[in-house]
Design a protein around this ligand. Structure first.
Ligand code: HEC
Ligand code: HEC
Ligand code: HEC
Ligand code: HEC
Ligand code: HEC
Ligand code: HEC
Ligand code: HEC
Ligand code: HEC
Ligand code: HEC
Ligand code: HEC
Length: 463
């Protein structure tokens, strides 16, 4: 008798806890208890949003692939990736997949396995290049005797991004001085290409200068003087962007209503590129995953204590209505970031250049701010017919591995050899590039050697 009562109790507990777990899984907020292990550093901020990767309860390899590509896709294509998926769907390379399935991200990047996860989220042994490049020493005598664990060390090769590290490029830039003759970042171009952007709301906000009397805030609305002042003296009023452009949002029945606190969607009408890039990077990844905006309280990196509750949206760096780019590029960042490298910036010669540019003592584009390196201005195809300079709002597009910074940033001012050496010097990165590099990486010397041999063998044909 006693025995069957116990059994009943046990059954009841199982049923209730089972129902509770099912409820959590389908409806509940916190699903982290089902997570088999901690998230990687890159994703810890979106760990609670299982659906960001497990798109439904039966996510297979291809679904997962699509989820990864929704954030990383732009960076995983040529020319940013030298081993893109397309390389291996090409029948000529199909035999390379016998030992390792390079078609799927999760072959090399599984989640929830901190015990096998390396610095860049890699979950393969570092020498996995051997699967496809066994013969490298025969093809390139300069590589004889090198272990496969060294292929991907700083300044040599990466699996994905080798844009500044392939032989032709190294040879082309081999004898450059530390400082180039011209030292300047490209200028911004948005205002000058507005006419060519078909999706821009030209009908409602024709480009032209607006005055205080043109303000289209709802009648009778009390507007603080500083709002009006900030708006009328800056770029938006200067280009015909009136109050309603940001403040009229879709309410019930799709009727437009005034909203005092519009979010990033209000900017999307005119700045969709910036909004999309922002959401693909670390700062915006929570918004993209349907979570609340990121705050420094959720960070693993050191942050200023008094910033802990500041939400990261478009208006955190761009002060609402003033939109001063200078503030966004340094002071905004230092309002939150508090690690050694960030703090060291103000002692660097780059900061001196930036101050001189801000005072007008140096031409525009010759200073180096936090944003110059982390949000560089680069020329991209923004549509089938238009290429223009865009401020990269995914601050991770140039971050890891750090050689990604060479082409869009350093090479505007420094030679290639100097840039490779500087980025491979971890102490120098910590000091935010105060002082000269103390390391020398052999990549260019080896490329030169290979090139010479190649020229001799082929009688003058370059790589
Ligand atoms: C950034 C992407 C990402 C997020 C977010 C994520 N996962 Fe995963 N998860 C993965 C990957 C990748 C794998 C490995 C898939 C494989 O090997 O087939 C995985 C595997 C799993 C597995 C199977 C483990 C195994 O050993 O087969 C479970 C269970 C799981 N995740 C639960 C969760 C839960 C619960 C959450 C949310 C609290 C979550 N995951 C959030 C990417 C993610
Ligand atoms: C919601 C957007 C999002 C999704 C979905 C996503 N990632 Fe990420 N991932 C990021 C961001 C942002 C970072 C941090 C920046 C970086 O290192 O590029 C990151 C970082 C990484 C890193 C580097 C980790 C590190 O520690 O440096 C790897 C590897 C990675 N992701 C692979 C994947 C794979 C594989 C998937 C699919 C299973 C995936 N990601 C899904 C946004 C996403
Ligand atoms: C065959 C192994 C392999 C596959 C497949 C692979 N990666 Fe990677 N991934 C690496 C290695 C190795 C690194 C370390 C940095 C490097 O060498 O580029 C890395 C680094 C990364 C990083 C951080 C550095 C960066 O360049 O942004 C991200 C993000 C990333 N991988 C995402 C992905 C995504 C998304 C996919 C699928 C589309 C994928 N990887 C497929 C091996 C792989
Ligand atoms: C699944 C097979 C595969 C793996 C694994 C692999 N590669 Fe490759 N790799 C290729 C193929 C295919 C090519 C193009 C043909 C060739 O040069 O052999 C290539 C080309 C290259 C090139 C020269 C061309 C370029 O575009 O930059 C470098 C450098 C390179 N790989 C480095 C690496 C490194 C470093 C690793 C390990 C982190 C690695 N590869 C892992 C298949 C692979
Ligand atoms: C480029 C977009 C943009 C334009 C143009 C703009 N605003 Fe705003 N405004 C915002 C955003 C974004 C916020 C919300 C900031 C927040 O939530 O912290 C805001 C906030 C406000 C607020 C609420 C302030 C508070 O402290 O609660 C008022 C009132 C306002 N704006 C009025 C105006 C008026 C009047 C104009 C025209 C003269 C105008 N705005 C033009 C983006 C804009
Ligand atoms: C109706 C279109 C429109 C909307 C909506 C809009 N902007 Fe703009 N924005 C512009 C135009 C046009 C310029 C270029 C002005 C120039 O450089 O002369 C601009 C310039 C900027 C600049 C650069 C300022 C400078 O000094 O060059 C920033 C930053 C900016 N916008 C942020 C935002 C944010 C954040 C939002 C959303 C809260 C937003 N914008 C909404 C049209 C818009
Ligand atoms: C981490 C800080 C930061 C955040 C967050 C941020 N921006 Fe910016 N943004 C900047 C900086 C810095 C610049 C100027 C860089 C320069 O001048 O080279 C800039 C420039 C711009 C410009 C001018 C671009 C051009 O080509 O003229 C626009 C528009 C803009 N941001 C819109 C946005 C929108 C929309 C969001 C939200 C999705 C946003 N920003 C979020 C820092 C930020
Ligand atoms: C409101 C606070 C805030 C502001 C302002 C801000 N950041 Fe961040 N930033 C963060 C947080 C939080 C993270 C995520 C850190 C983590 O996950 O540990 C982050 C991440 C980053 C990362 C990626 C670090 C990594 O390891 O993946 C870089 C780079 C970065 N920020 C640079 C900047 C720059 C440059 C600016 C100014 C243009 C800036 N941030 C402005 C809060 C901020
Ligand atoms: C000359 C270029 C340059 C400048 C200027 C610069 N950084 Fe960096 N930053 C880098 C490089 C390179 C890395 C290292 C990436 C790596 O090696 O992993 C980095 C890393 C970071 C990281 C990630 C740190 C970590 O431990 O993961 C943050 C956050 C950051 N920078 C913020 C800033 C801020 C804020 C400023 C301005 C106060 C700034 N940076 C100025 C080049 C620069
Ligand atoms: C807009 C131009 C510009 C860009 C972009 C730039 N630098 Fe510099 N950098 C300079 C100038 C100019 C100096 C020399 C300043 C001086 O001697 O006063 C310098 C100096 C340096 C120094 C030596 C500092 C010292 O104290 O002697 C290092 C190291 C350095 N840069 C690394 C880098 C790296 C790495 C990058 C790319 C991530 C980069 N820089 C991007 C212009 C630039």
């Amino acid at each position: 008798m006693k025995h069957s009562k116990l059994w009943l109790l046990w059954l009841t507990i199982i049923v209730i806890s089972g129902a509770y777990l099912t409820y959590l899984l389908i409806d509940g907020e916190d699903k982290t208890m089902f997570m088999p292990g901690a998230m990687t550093g890159g994703h810890h901020q979106i760990g609670v949003a299982c659906e960001a990767c497990h798109t439904d309860s039966f996510t297979d390899k291809e679904d997962m692939q699509k989820a990864c590509e929704s954030c990383h896709g732009e960076q995983r294509k040529k020319p940013f990736d030298s081993h893109p998926r397309a390389k291996f769907t090409d029948p000529r390379n199909a035999d390379r997949l016998e030992n390792i399935d390079a078609l799927h991200c999760i072959t090399c990047h599984v989640e929830h396995k901190p015990e096998i996860t390396q610095k860049t989220g890699l979950t393969q042994p570092v020498d996995f290049c051997v699967h496809c490049h066994q013969d490298i020493a025969e093809e390139r005598p300069s590589h004889a005797g090198m272990g496969f664990e060294t292929c991907a060390s700083a300044g040599c090769h990466n699996f994905h991004n080798n844009r500044a590290l392939y032989t032709d490029f190294l040879v082309k830039h081999m004898h450059e001085a530390d400082m180039l003759d011209k030292q300047k970042m490209p200028a911004r171009e948005f205002a000058s290409v507005l006419e060519d952007i078909a999706t821009y709301p030209h009908d409602r906000y024709p480009v032209g200068k607006l005055e205080v009397k043109d303000m289209d805030a709802p009648e009778g609305m009390q507007v603080a003087d500083d709002i009006v002042h900030d708006w009328v003296t800056t770029a938006h009023a200067g280009s015909g962007v009136n109050c309603t452009a940001c403040h009229m949002v879709s309410g019930e029945d799709d009727k437009k209503v005034w909203d005092d606190h519009p979010d990033h969607r209000a900017c999307q009408t005119c700045h969709d590129i910036e909004v999309n890039q922002f959401m693909q990077g670390k700062h915006g990844m929570r918004l993209k995953s349907g979570l609340s905006p990121m705050t420094p309280a959720q960070a693993r990196l050191p942050m200023k204590a008094d910033s802990h509750d500041t939400e990261l949206t478009c208006n955190t760096c761009h002060q609402t209505h003033a939109y001063k780019l200078e503030t966004a590029a340094v002071e905004a960042c230092l309002g939150c970031h508090d690690d050694k490298h960030s703090i060291a910036y103000k002692n660097s010669s780059h900061y001196e250049l930036w101050q001189k540019e801000s005072k007008g003592e140096l031409p525009e584009g010759s200073g180096v701010s936090c944003a110059t390196c982390h949000m560089p201005r680069t020329s991209i195809d923004v549509s089938d017919w238009l290429r223009r300079v865009v401020v990269q709002h995914n601050q991770n597009a140039t971050l890891v591995p750090n050689e990604k910074m060479i082409r869009p940033v350093c090479l505007n001012c420094h030679g290639l050899g100097f840039s490779i050496d500087a980025l491979a010097d971890e102490d120098l990165v910590q000091r935010n590039f105060k002082g000269k590099p103390s390391k020398h990486i052999n990549s260019i010397d080896m490329a030169e050697q290979d090139n010479k041999r190649h020229l001799e063998e082929t009688g003058g044909e370059t790589f």
